[in-house]
Design a protein around this ligand. Sequence first.
Ligand code: NDP
Ligand code: MG
Length: 389
Amino acid sequence: MQRLAILGSTGSIGTQALEVVQANPSLFRVEVLSAHSNSKLVIEQARAFKPSVVVITDETKYKEVKDALLMLQIKVLSGEQALVEAVQSDAVDIVVAAIVGFAGLRSTLAAVDAGKRVALANKETLVVAGEIVMKRAAEKNAAIIPVDSEHSAIFQCLVGEQPETIEKVILTASGGPFLGRKPNYLVNVKASHALQHPNWSMGAKISIDSATLMNKGLEMIEAKWMFNLTNEQVDVIVHPQSIIHSMVQFTDGSVKAQMGLPDMKLPIQYALAYPQRIPNTFKRVDFKEHSKLSFEPVDYKTFRNLSIAREAMERGGNAPCVLNAANEVMVTAFLQNRVGFLEMSDMIEKTLQSVSFIEHPQLEDCISSDIEAREIATEFVKKSQLSMY
Ligand code: NDP
Ligand code: MG
């Protein structure tokens, strides 16, 4: 029986992780649930899964959750420090890191420091501080198992292989809702449209990142650190059907791909059960229905976020951290209709040019670069035409 802490339990990944637990009660038990603001849902989840601890990081929701769970003898805590302590508890074996954005960094690192198995959905952690996180994981013997479908695919392709035989990894990108569109169309698109992903149903932030292709940029950086690759070993190809979740090309020219229908429960379940495979009843791929798997190059000129992310990856140092912070500010502003779709790339690029470069950032530098980048990016947002009216 593996005991789980599910961080971000009220989100898209968190709720699907709970579905996997529910389907396998003899294998997994929920020990800790964490939510930020969705008190109603986390109360419902706590009643159903009876964890020992619930952490609600938004302190204004603490009393409501505490009162609701009083009779169930569930310990309710609030704040980020409580979250750190909860994931480090001896009663936890696996931490599902499914908080969105930079906000997930501290708790993910805490899990790594405590030598837990981390089922990592929170890709931003590796973008912000990949080198630090992976080094600590090696020191503390903490296994980081990817939840992100592309990285799960690569991880699965690498089972039984020697790392030095990797020639390159090829991340597949669906292309998002605006595949094939050009700047003259994108200039006017709104959040409601960008949120409509053709193949996946996800949280708001990653949905916008998928529409701008920043998601693939973040994933390149995530792959670099997770699999200890050089920049040249990370490639991207558009594959609109999202059946091949990613590929590994080896030094003998052989290519392995992992396939399946787009369903995040699959990589979540794999990360929880690894090295086992648990049987399930998820819908199978019917290749008669998916008779055409196609590939095309990325339009880097239109989807500039991906080129900007690649440049940040190549520049290294604190550049990916700045990229991430600026992007988080832009996504929030775009969702509020305060910046335009194409403006996001301009402002991320300008933020990267404005924040002081640190070649070998320590954790404190990542935190201060994040703050500095957010302040600068916020100033750019205020100057947008959309923010002014
Ligand atoms: P959601 O927006 O659906 O959920 C985010 C979760 O994080 C919620 O539980 C939310 O709590 C919590 N949260 C938000 N802000 C904070 C904060 N400041 N402190 C603590 N908790 C916070 O996101 P997703 O589930 O879509 O994504 C989660 C992570 O997984 C992201 O890093 C994403 O890139 C990654 N991922 C997601 C995929 C998907 O299919 N959704 C696929 C691959 C990776 P509340 O709602 O209670 O406020
Ligand atoms: Mg992904």
